[in-house]
Write a new protein. Structure first.
Length: 440
């Protein structure tokens, strides 16, 4: 690893506790924040020299592991030339190159790209596209969204409005949010026998409210932060048909699931269908920096662009749109993924996660164990004490951050058998010891 590592003193940590907000934490009684001084491959290095095997890929992003030499080279080359220029009235080769790579990769029909800063913004952009599409067609009442419970789409306001009202972590804003429509969480598991009654509430809501709905938005197959639930592909096939017959746009939020995580390049491929609009982010840059994109089909783009009363203008344009540095890294990350045996790697991880987490199923306090692609989830019966569990994991040399009732793994695709065993063994041990102590 890099020899010139920063030193983090006690005073630095005290400053951090006093002044820096971390995600979803209190400033007055923050959860502990572990000082990390370097990251390489599948390891995070703590300030005290301990190296942890990373089970989180920094929230779905670091699919190639950390500090991949090809991503470093792409970033260095781009920094040497041009780190940023505005995208208004200017274009550049990293955006064009990344656009080409994305269109090769994305489901058929999706070929009009809007680059933006983060996943939440990509969701906002998708929703604005859907509303502006209705507007362009003269259907000005179509401004609501239909979604499913247990979803998570980000922390900005309209994204919050389509998160699960309870597990979406935004309950206190409910009164301030647009009122959206929620069908129940699909109950048929990914690999269970399809239960047609699962889809009936969605049909009823779509029919009842079709005149006010701009689009249906959901995370295809894998619901992430709203519950780490994997549902049946038939739900999406029926939803595609329902949207077509009811004149609703279909938006897939592939921000967490995109770029191979579920065993397919995009999770919607499990159902063999294309949405009208798709959001990508997170692993787009291989975890190097923030970048996202909202990708629409021809119909959406053409309809918005040919509307007379808006001069065909799509009303969005972030300052750092298509940042050249992020685009150059993202383009290289996609090439790296294409050059790697990622399907085989994800399939191997899936097999090992299934075997390694299976013993948890019989442990007291465990409600469910499920695995799809490079995602392994142990759902506990009740919420766990994050600080205490995390301490136990760090003591065992692994980085795993539970969330609510969920203890889960989504390691970098380059993880080897031995490293993956250290993650699954740690989960088995910590669940065993914490539930034995009654310290949920
Ligand atoms: N959509 C999904 C499915 C996500 O998992 C997330 C983040 O966890 C987001 C959107 C929001 O992305 P960001 O945190 O980059 O704004």
């Amino acid at each position: 690893m890099n020899q010139r590592k920063p030193i983090i003193s006690e005073a630095d940590l005290a400053f951090d506790r006093e002044h820096l907000w971390h995600p979803y934490t209190s400033l007055s009684s923050p959860l502990p924040a572990y000082p990390v001084v370097a990251a390489e491959g599948v390891h995070l290095e703590l300030a005290d020299g301990r190296r942890l095997v990373d089970g989180m890929s920094s929230w779905w992003t670091a699919i190639h592991g950390y500090q991949h030499p090809r991503l470093i080279a792409a970033a260095a080359e781009q920094i040497g030339r041009m780190s940023h220029v505005m995208f208004g009235g200017i274009t550049h080769e990293p955006a064009i190159g990344l656009g080409r790579e994305l269109i090769q990769l994305t489901p058929p029909g999706l070929n009009k790209i809007f680059f933006c800063d983060s996943g939440s913004v990509a969701v906002e952009v998708a929703i604005k596209m859907a509303i502006q599409y209705g507007y362009a067609k003269g259907r000005k009442n179509k401004h609501r969204l239909l979604t499913i419970r247990s979803g998570y789409h980000g922390d900005t306001f309209t994204a919050m409005s389509v998160c699960d009202p309870v597990t979406g972590m935004h309950e206190i804003f409910r009164e301030a949010l647009p009122d959206q429509l929620f069908a129940p969480t699909p109950t048929t598991a990914f690999d269970a026998e399809w239960d047609p009654t699962d889809f009936e509430p969605m049909v009823a809501l779509a029919h009842e409210h079709r005149d006010e709905i701009a689009a249906v938005i959901l995370e295809p197959i894998v619901q992430g932060a709203g519950g780490m639930w994997f549902y049946h592909p038939e739900y999406l096939r029926r939803l595609r048909a329902l949207c077509d017959e009811s004149g609703l746009l279909l938006i897939f939020d592939e921000i967490a699931t995109g770029f191979g995580r579920t065993g397919r390049m995009f999770a919607g491929e499990h159902a063999g269908i294309s949405p009208d609009i798709m959001c990508v982010g997170k692993a787009l840059t291989g975890g190097f920096m923030s970048l996202a994109a909202t990708i629409a089909n021809e119909d959406v783009a053409e309809t918005i662009s040919s509307a007379k009363d808006t001069d065909g203008v799509f009303m969005h344009g972030p300052t750092f749109m298509a940042n050249p540095l992020a685009c150059a890294v993202a383009r290289e990350s996609i090439r790296l993924l294409n050059d790697s045996p990622w399907q085989q790697r994800v399939a191997t991880i899936e097999k090992q996660l299934s075997a390694g987490l299976e013993p948890c199923r019989a442990m007291p306090g465990v409600a469910d164990v499920r695995v799809l692609g490079a995602i392994g989830v142990v759902e506990m019966e009740g919420p766990v004490n994050v600080a205490e569990w995390q301490k136990q994991f760090v003591a065992r040399g692994v980085w795993i951050r539970p969330f609510g009732k969920l203890v889960y793994l989504m390691p970098p695709f380059i993880i080897d058998r031995h490293e993956l065993s250290s993650l699954t063994n740690a989960i088995n041990e910590v669940i065993g010891s914490m539930t034995a102590q009654g310290a949920g």
